[in-house]
Design a protein around this ligand. Structure first.
Ligand code: ATP
Ligand code: MG
Length: 623
């Protein structure tokens, strides 16, 4: 940490209340908080239900929401935490446009890679235009015109901005929107190691992310991740630990190793006693007619077998190698494209059905035997699929696979008999880890301890950091002279946080039967005051005004519920919107010069607190 970082870090207050600033005071009747008893019919996720019912968000169309005043305040508080931590880590904020010319994406090939995810249209001058799903190209374009010397680097620039992705299935309110708020940062370096290098910036971002999500009150796991379509060499995801998450992560209980399914390695698997592929056939190969069976489950039903007895064969193309890559896994497993790519040692893409058919693959009915007929094939067989004899059952494996012709499968496939010596050509056939890891698989990092199994957990991806390398700078010719007067592409990293998704994740994690339970740091208001008598001339309102002034002076944001509603309704709403502290001002308490103090997390009734002690009591409770 250099001097600037240290100074920034000191200046940032990490408590939920900023004592240097007056808090906001609002009255309920003069703002828009349309609470509702019922959640919208399309809401399944609890965060979607509660944010809608609490009057935080309102749907405009699929995956597109208005942030109402309460929602906007929470979003602002999360954004402010993000901003403080990014600034403290030495990054500078800017704002790029959401609208950009598709020509920029064409420079990196992403105009095509994004496909339908991209919101794309032509403007009135017929210019191909898009709404940014992320901003690597826009910032690289900026940097190549602004940076000429290595002396201007390293730099880390970020923005907090609206992103657009035409998600196939927008769902769960703010968790997966088509328009959402992201913090995206991009770092630029001349080298990877050492001070000022990419690794330094990456580690600083890693720590900043830990601070951000901790301050938001989230329980999270950092997992190793695949770089995905953005490309690059290393990446981590920040996953909120919640059963409702749509991502599966795998964790080694012994070492804490955690990875998402796309990335997770599998530890040493037991080899079959007779070696791979070996085992006598169970009988003659039998061809069966399997019409209208598009999926493995359908074939299994028809043939009365289980997915674990099927061989699933997926055909990839490695364009640079000019080869077909045929991946074989068990029917109950999933092919892992990243592992296929690594084993092939080259970029791979799912084979184009027409091209593969022309080459001789009966797509949908491909068996390992296709590799014997088609030219230029490399076959990658998962360890669990390359078994000829089932040691547990004590008999040969019963395999069902495609018949290499439409609408037909074969039963009693036998590796040795049906593939012969082709299996022994190590340049064409590899037995390896080809599939996604699952719970129960041996841990890859148990420090040599046998029997330690991976455990599965669910999570929500709130942040993602990548070491990009020169993917964008090389494609877009962002090169600068280094200290040897050599032109070199700049080394980049990129770092994203789903700011609006973080808001929803906080609700997923922190709620009860009555509503949201906001952590104080991101609550829309710290304190809600509920006067029993809302007549402006009443004693209760007078005390409410006085108290809100004093609380605001101490840095707390206060909402006064001045509605003419029954107390029961107001208490229910206060719980629903999740304000951390409620102060109720009724005659009985006032007679004792007190108000009723209750934290959102307290069960039952509150306790009486002397009016003079309220500020101290609230500040203490809010930490
Ligand atoms: P996912 O796998 O969930 O689709 P992603 O990996 O495509 O997300 P990134 O490109 O890594 O997303 O974007 C950075 C961050 O933006 C993600 O970690 C996530 O928190 C957030 N994000 C991505 N897509 C959405 C979305 N549709 N709605 C809300 N937040 C999103
Ligand atoms: Mg991601």
């Amino acid at each position: 940490m250099n001097a600037t970082h240290a100074a920034n870090a000191d200046a940032d207050s990490h408590s939920a209340i900023s004592t240097s600033k007056r808090g906001l005071i609002q009255v309920w009747s003069r703002t828009l908080i349309p609470t509702a008893k019922e959640a919208p019919a399309d809401a399944e996720a609890i965060s979607h239900k509660l944010l809608a019912r609490g009057g935080f968000i309102r749907r405009v169309s699929a995956g597109v929401y208005t942030y109402l005043p309460l929602g906007w305040r929470v979003l602002g508080k999360v954004a402010e935490i993000v901003r403080q931590e990014m600034n403290a880590a030495g990054a500078s904020e800017l704002l790029m446009p959401a609208l950009a010319p598709v020509d920029l994406l064409k420079e990196t090939g992403r105009a095509e890679d994004y496909g339908d995810l991209l919101f794309r249209f032509t403007d009135r001058h017929q210019r191909d235009t898009y709404l940014g799903p992320t901003h690597e190209e826009v910032i690289t374009d900026l940097m190549r015109s602004a940076i000429t010397s290595y002396r201007q680097l390293p730099l880390n620039l970020y923005q907090i901005q609206t992103k657009f992705r035409d998600e196939f299935r927008p769902r769960a309110g703010l968790l997966r929107g088509r328009e959402f708020v992201m913090k995206d940062a991009y770092s630029f370096h001349m080298h990877i190691e050492g001070p000022g290098g990419l690794n330094d910036a990456y580690d600083a971002m890693y720590r900043a992310y830990e601070n951000i999500f901790t301050r938001c009150g989230l329980d999270f796991t950092v997992v190793e991740a695949e770089a995905g379509p953005i490309g690059g060499s290393a990446s981590h995801e920040f996953m909120v630990n919640t059963e409702s998450g749509e991502d599966t992560i795998l964790v080694c209980p012994r070492t804490g190793y955690a990875a998402n399914v796309e990335k997770c390695e599998i530890g040493r698997r037991k080899e079959p006693g007779k070696g791979y592929f070996n085992g006598d056939p169970l009988g003659d190969l039998e061809e069966v007619h399997t019409p209208e069976c598009p999926g493995i489950e359908d074939v299994c039903k028809l043939l009365k077998t289980k997915p674990r007895n099927m061989l699933k064969t997926v055909v990839f193309r490695a364009p640079e190698l000019e080869k077909w890559i045929v991946a074989v896994v068990r029917g109950d497993h999933d092919v892992n494209e990243g592992k296929v790519r690594d084993l092939a040692g080259s970029r791979v893409e799912l084979a184009d059905a027409a091209a593969a058919t022309k080459a001789g693959f009966a797509i949908g009915y491909v068996s390992p035997r296709a590799a014997l007929k088609v030219e230029n094939v490399i076959m990658l067989i998962d360890r669990d699929a390359a078994v000829g004899f089932d040691d547990e059952a004590g008999k040969a494996m019963y395999w069902v696979t495609g018949a290499d012709k439409k609408d037909f499968h074969v039963k009693k496939f036998n590796w040795r008999r049906d593939m012969g010596a082709a299996l022994d050509d190590a340049s064409k056939v590899k037995v390896a880890d080809v599939r996604n890891a699952m719970a129960g698989d041996p841990s890859p990092r148990a420090g040599g301890a046998e029997g330690v199994q991976l455990e599965a957990k669910r999570g929500i991806e709130v942040g993602h950091i990548f070491k990009l390398g020169v993917k964008y700078s090389a494609a877009m010719k962002f090169e600068v002279l280094d200290d040897n007067q050599q032109r070199r592409p700049v080394i980049m990293g990129c770092y994203g946080i789903g700011v609006s998704r973080t808001v929803a994740s906080c609700v997923e994690m922190s709620h009860d039967d009555n509503g949201i339970v906001w952590p104080a740091a991101i609550a829309p208001f710290h304190v809600i005051i509920t006067p029993m008598d809302v007549d402006p001339t009443s004693k209760a309102m007078e005390v409410a005004c006085k108290l809100s002034g004093a609380l605001s002076e101490a840095g707390m944001d206060v909402l006064i519920d001045d509605r003419e509603e029954r107390p029961g309704v107001k208490f229910k709403d206060a719980d629903l919107i999740g304000i951390p502290v409620r102060l109720t001002i009724g005659d009985k308490a006032l007679a004792e010069d007190s108000v009723e103090f209750k934290q959102r997390t307290d069960a039952g009734k509150g306790s009486l607190v002397k009016i003079g002690d309220v500020v101290r009591k609230c500040a203490g409770a809010l930490g």
